[in-house]
Design a protein around this ligand. Structure first.
Ligand SMILES: [Zn+2]
Length: 286
C-alpha cells in the first residue's frame, strides 16, 4: 500500500466543498455584482445547495469539509453556522476568492491571516485547512500558511497520498487534489463569464468517480472529491452524491474523514524527516 491508513483501511476519502457563492464570479470582474441572474446562479449554493447537501451527508453519516471564502462567510453566516452545527469542518478559501498569483506577498499574507478573524467567530475555532481558489498556489503560499498556523493545504496535484511540505516557517501537510474529482469540470456553465460550458449527466460523473474510487483503493490513495454547492447542490447531482457515498461505504475499506482529520493523521504518521520542498521550474536569466 502506498500509505499506512488506519484500521486496515485500504484508502481514504475526503468529501470537500468550496462554498464560492458569488465570490468566484466577482473575483473575475466586480461588475458582475450588478447582474441579478448571474448572481442568483451563485447564490443558489449557500441558499439551497448547502441545506440539501447537508441532508445528503446526514443520511450517509458522512462528515465533510467546507472551504469558505470570507465574502461567503460575511454574506451567509447562518450557512456557515449550519455547516458547523452538522459536525462538518470549515476551512479558508481566501477572502473574495482571490487567486494567489494575483496577490503580492503582503496582500497574500493579510488575506491568509484574515481566515481566523472571519471564521473563528462563526465556527468557534481557528481554521486548520486552506484551499486556494482555482487550486493555484504561489511558491510562497505554503510558508505563509504555516506562518499563520494552518496545518494543511489541499490545492496541489503532484501526488495522490498526503505528504509533508517543508517551509521556512514550519511544515504543512498537503492533501492532493485533481480535476477528475472536481464537479466544476462536469457541471459548470454560465454564458458569462466563461466558467465552463458543459452540463454532464450525474450518472456519468458517478461512473467517473467510482472508477477513481476503485483504482485508488487498489493503490492505497487518498481520494479528495471537490464539489461546489452552486453546482452539486442541484437535485439530481446531490442525489448522485448520495449514491456515490453509498458506494464508498459499501466498499468497507475506505476511511471517510474530514480533511482536517486526515491531515492530522498524516502529520503523526509520516516520518518527520520526510519533507518535500516546493521546487518550481527555474528557467534562469532575468
Ligand atoms: Zn472556489
Amino acid at each position: 500500500m502506498k500509505f499506512p491508513w488506519p484500521d486496515q483501511m485500504r484508502a481514504a476519502c475526503a468529501i470537500t466543498f468550496d462554498v464560492d457563492a458569488e465570490s468566484a464570479i466577482l473575483a473575475v470582474d466586480r461588475r458582475f455584482a450588478a447582474r441579478a441572474s448571474t448572481m442568483s446562479h451563485q447564490a443558489y449554493g449557500p441558499k439551497v445547495g448547502v441545506p440539501r447537501l447537508l441532508s445528503v451527508l446526514d443520511r450517509a453519516d458522512v462528515r465533510a469539509t467546507f472551504f469558505v471564502p470570507g465574502f461567503t462567510a460575511r454574506r451567509y453566516p447562518d450557512t456557515v453556522r449550519a455547516i458547523v452545527a452538522a459536525g462538518h469542518e470549515v476551512g479558508w478559501h481566501n477572502d473574495l476568492h482571490e487567486p494567489p498569483y494575483t496577490l503580492d506577498e503582503s496582500e497574500e499574507r493579510a488575506i491568509i491571516e484574515r481566515g481566523a478573524e472571519v471564521l473563528e467567530p462563526l465556527t468557534g475555532e481557528r481554521p486548520h485547512g486552506f484551499r486556494a481558489p482555482w487550486w493555484e498556489l504561489n511558491e510562497r503560499t505554503p510558508e505563509l500558511l504555516a506562518e499563520a498556523g494552518f496545518v494543511y493545504d489541499s490545492s496541489l496535484m503532484d501526488d495522490d497520498v498526503p505528504y509533508r511540505i517543508d517551509t521556512a516557517a514550519g511544515t504543512l501537510i498537503e492533501l492532493p487534489v485533481h480535476w477528475s474529482l472536481d464537479d466544476w469540470e462536469q457541471y459548470a456553465f454560465l454564458p458569462e463569464p466563461d466558467i465552463g460550458s458543459q452540463i454532464e449527466l450525474p450518472s456519468k460523473v458517478l461512473e467517473l468517480w467510482t472508477a477513481e474510487l476503485d483504482a485508488m483503493r487498489d493503490e492505497g490513495c487518498l481520494l479528495v472529491v471537490t464539489m461546489h454547492p452552486f453546482l452539486s447542490g442541484r437535485p439530481a447531482r446531490a442525489k448522485m452524491l448520495g449514491e456515490f457515498l453509498t458506494r464508498v461505504r459499501e466498499r468497507g475499506d475506505v476511511w471517510i474523514g474530514r480533511a482536517g482529520e486526515i491531515a492530522a493523521y498524516a502529520d503523526v504518521t509520516l516520518p518527520a524527516e520526510e519533507r518535500r520542498r516546493m521546487e518550481l521550474p527555474n528557467l534562469g536569466g532575468g
